[in-house]
Design a protein. Structure first.
Length: 461
């Protein structure tokens, strides 16, 4: 069997079942063609392409809503037995988790090869922005893997296993052991810090890890790691100095149909030509799709409690447009991109938005300095979401989590928010405390077969 960890494969070798997926002409997925700065830029695009390839269980499909399927505000209604339903019902085994593991590690392998070749290019000044971005991407992709295959550090789990860290080009017979959780988060932070310390890429660049995305993601990583003062410092820098602006009630709803909204710091861009697939979250959140991510009536009522809150428009009862689908209460964050030929297929994936940075600042402030320091961040966000809002004077962690439920549902965050704060998730028939073994995915059987005793499986699998 092929070893996932070091594999460097051309994305064009994969075939999507719909036949719509084509690797963009401005990307390459291996380093063999990197002989110029233009080639290096194509290699950067190719690594994004691998990570968001339009297949099941990738960052452009179920993994984009993974933590929502595990969270308290989702349900499945006559699902089709796809991976989203399996996530929701805690039915994923080591026979099922290959894609969630493989595509991200393949992208990281390409990043490492690109970094190795980039160091040999003659024009290092021109290469520097791409090198910085590659480090940021490597930190981000390791972060994704850590949230899926390792516990949240502050959850209290006795499982202290992190992930296999891929930081160089390895020989074909290399077998990587799992790092500790602390080592894993240190590597994530180190790579994001390398990107930040380069000082490169401060302009808005939609779909790319720039300076500000690295800062925002490092703030998230510090929050997950329990380093609240550091999380707050990064969040404050993004809030005060970045070019991103919070959406307002007037433009919030429309922002979900377009790319490059004013508060989108990083998104994985999807369109009719690049990765458009049935596995896009739009197909999971529509009665004519897989119908494997609906919201319970209780969450719909929670969102509708304040009609002056523009976010109340982001959940709705939807009827089948074909007459064949199952109606229900659905998230409305994946309506299809304006002008798309197949709207259910073409929805870009928000990785981090400025709204989340305000919520990171609120949570980190609460934990490090108390409610008085935290509440201004919540008030600012709410002023940009709720017409006629009156400022709150205090807050607590439950209030912040509920604000995250309103703002970030359907963006792959909510279960992590609960477990990060030591709280139990009750989802349908499942009750999962923060230390539950089912909160992390199993290492795929294909990888265990190759690595043997070098690679430890997660407890409970």
């Amino acid at each position: 069997m092929k070893k996932i960890f070091y594999s460097i494969l051309a994305a064009a070798a994969f075939c999507a079942c719909q036949g719509l997926d084509q690797e963009p002409s401005t990307s390459v997925s291996t380093s063999t063609a990197i002989q110029s700065i233009e080639d290096l830029s194509y290699a950067v695009n190719g690594a994004y392409y691998l990570a968001t390839y339009g297949d099941q269980f990738t960052m452009a499909s179920e993994l984009a809503i993974y933590a929502d399927e595990l969270g308290p505000d989702s349900e499945v209604n006559k699902g089709s037995g796809q991976f989203a339903e399996m996530i929701h019902t805690r039915a994923i085994s080591s026979n099922d988790s290959y894609a969630a593991y493989a595509y991200l590690y393949k992208a990281i392998a390409n990043i490492n090869r690109a970094l190795e070749v980039a160091a040999t290019l003659e024009d290092q000044a021109a290469a520097a922005p791409y090198i910085a971005e590659l480090y940021g991407m490597r930190g981000l992709f390791h972060f994704h893997l850590a949230t899926f295959f390792a516990p949240i550090p502050t959850s209290g789990s006795s499982n202290k296993l992190g992930i296999v860290l891929a930081t160089e080009v390895y020989p074909l017979d290399y077998k990587g052991p799992r790092a500790s959780l602390d080592e894993t988060y240190q590597q994530i932070v180190d790579d994001l810090t390398t990107c930040i310390n380069s000082g490169q890429n401060k302009a808005v660049n939609d779909g790319h890890v720039n300076y500000w995305a690295a800062l925002a993601l490092r703030a998230r990583a510090y929050l997950y790691w329990g380093k609240n003062d550091l999380a707050l410092a990064d969040a404050k820098t993004v809030i005060s100095q970045s070019p991103y602006k919070l959406l307002t009630p007037e433009n919030y709803v429309a922002s979900w149909s377009v790319d490059n909204a004013s508060e989108t710091i990083l998104e994985y861009i999807q369109n009719d030509d690049w990765n458009a697939q049935r596995y896009n979250p739009g197909y999971y959140t529509h009665p004519d799709g897989y119908t494997e991510y609906l919201v319970p009536k209780a969450f719909y009522d929670f969102m509708q409690a304040d009609p002056n809150d523009v976010r109340s428009n982001m959940v709705a009862w939807r009827e089948s447009e074909t007459g064949k689908g199952t109606p229900g209460y659905f998230p409305m964050k994946y309506p299809g991109k304006t002008g798309s030929n197949v709207p259910l297929y073409a929805n870009s994936i928000k990785v981090i938005r400025l709204a989340e940075v305000y919520l990171i600042a609120a949570e980190a402030s609460l934990k490090s300095s108390g409610a008085a320091a935290a509440v201004p961040y919540l008030n600012t966000l709410r002023q940009n979401r709720i017409s006629g809002y009156t400022d709150a004077t205090t807050t607590d962690i439950d209030d912040i989590i509920n604000e995250r439920r309103k703002e970030l549902f359907a963006e792959g965050q909510i279960a992590f928010d609960y477990w990060r704060n030591g709280k139990t998730v009750v989802s349908g028939a499942f009750t999962c405390p923060p230390t539950d073994n089912r909160n992390v995915l199993p290492i795929p059987k294909e990888e265990l077969d190759v690595c043997g005793s070098v690679l430890q499986q997660n407890p409970g699998y």
